[in-house]
Design a binder for this molecule. Sequence first.
Ligand code: B16
Ligand code: MG
Length: 238
Amino acid sequence: MTFRRRMRNMEPQITLIEAALFDLDGVIVDTARYHYAAWRRLAEELGFRFTEHDNERLKGVSRMQSLEILLEVGGLVGRFSAAEKERMAERKNRWYVEYISQMTPREILPGVLPFLAELRKDGMRIALGSASKNTGLILERLQLGRWFDAVVDGTMVVRTKPDPEVFITCAERLGGVPPQQCVVFEDAVAGVEAAQAAQMYSVGVGDSRLLCEADCVITGFLGVRWRDLKMKLLAVKR
Ligand code: B16
Ligand code: MG
């Protein structure tokens, strides 16, 4: 073995991608419209209008942080006790659960299932990392559970995105895949930031102007081939 070859062998091997970590809402399924319907209902009760544009600010954000943003939109910051806010969030969640309980597998976003199948064929490990505490119900309604080797949701982590905890925990639960060998699929800016903080590859799913910090951006999974995407990611200078 030449000296150069030996030197190369001593370099960390980070050219593999072993695991794909998926956000749920906005990546696998569009639950944002159900969140919106429930938050709007709460806003109406409180006496103000909550628009779809306002709702954009809630994507990827935890339930209680979402409530704070909603109250800010309504000019009601500081008007309620912690217990009152808990009750409001619970009420919103009851409506939200009512809506998502009606979901069917037809609501899985286009191209997601073939993409998951291609990942499996390529021997990738697959995990779900979501801020949602309703992840279990959503996966059950969409009959998607069997695709994921690990599921980490809002009931299992303390810190929310952009903190990397959810994705680091996914990698651990997949049997300790090194973060540098994971790719995260995310629709929220905070989620892309979380992936970067975890030193993982990131693929933004949605608007490329919004998700410009991601290593790659796709508008959705329809027609996307893992083989091609992997090549693009591996070419990214890190
Ligand atoms: P829940 P993700 C996030 O899911 C949603 O994007 C965000 O809008 C929601 O507030 C959050 O889950 C908490 O959801 O109220 O069901 O616990 O995008 O991280 O999959
Ligand atoms: Mg999301």
